[in-house]
Write a protein of this length. Structure first.
Length: 160
């Protein structure tokens, strides 16, 4: 337990006690590499498959549409680079106040030949819709904008 009030749950948070109880055995006893052919690996692979099926059912999607990552940065890289490299070239739009993982990925893609527009935000951290519309090109392949930012402790109104 921490002293004080923790207000960064958008970044990380403790596990729900039910999740903690469920995964405890896998963390303590069944920690095998799911790519291995030994008993621990087979059990780990089975547990991951079962989790994937449960999540797919809840989300009403296919199991092969569920991808587990180690966290936000890896997920961001996977999503943005996945879209970009599926197109091989193009234009991306984002804002100047995105998560560092987004901004670093966009800078990386610029070095690979993609063009990126970094939109300014107003004093509330919001993108002006008129600026976004002006930035869209025929070769725009992705518009990436956070719906919340802890930098300003504010949710974006862009989606409204």
């Amino acid at each position: 337990m921490i002293d004080g009030i923790y207000l960064d749950h958008a970044s990380t948070t403790h596990l729900d006690h039910r999740v903690n109880e469920y995964v405890k055995d896998y963390l303590d006893k069944h920690y095998g590499n799911p790519g291995s052919l030994h008993d621990l690996g087979i059990k780990a692979k089975s547990a991951i498959s079962e989790a994937r099926e449960k999540i797919a059912k809840i989300l009403h999607c296919k199991t092969d549409e569920i991808v587990f990552t180690s966290g936000g940065t890896e997920s961001i890289n996977l999503a943005i680079k996945g879209i970009a490299f599926s197109k091989s070239k193009g234009h991306i739009i984002t804002s100047k106040i995105e998560h560092p993982a987004v901004l670093e990925t966009c800078r990386y893609l610029e070095r690979k030949g993609f063009s990126v527009t970094y939109l300014d935000v107003d004093k509330y951290g919001l993108i002006k819709l008129s600026d976004l519309k002006k930035a869209i090109r025929k070769n725009t392949i992705l518009i990436q904008s956070c719906t919340q930012t802890m930098k300003l402790a504010r949710f974006s109104q862009l989606l409204k």
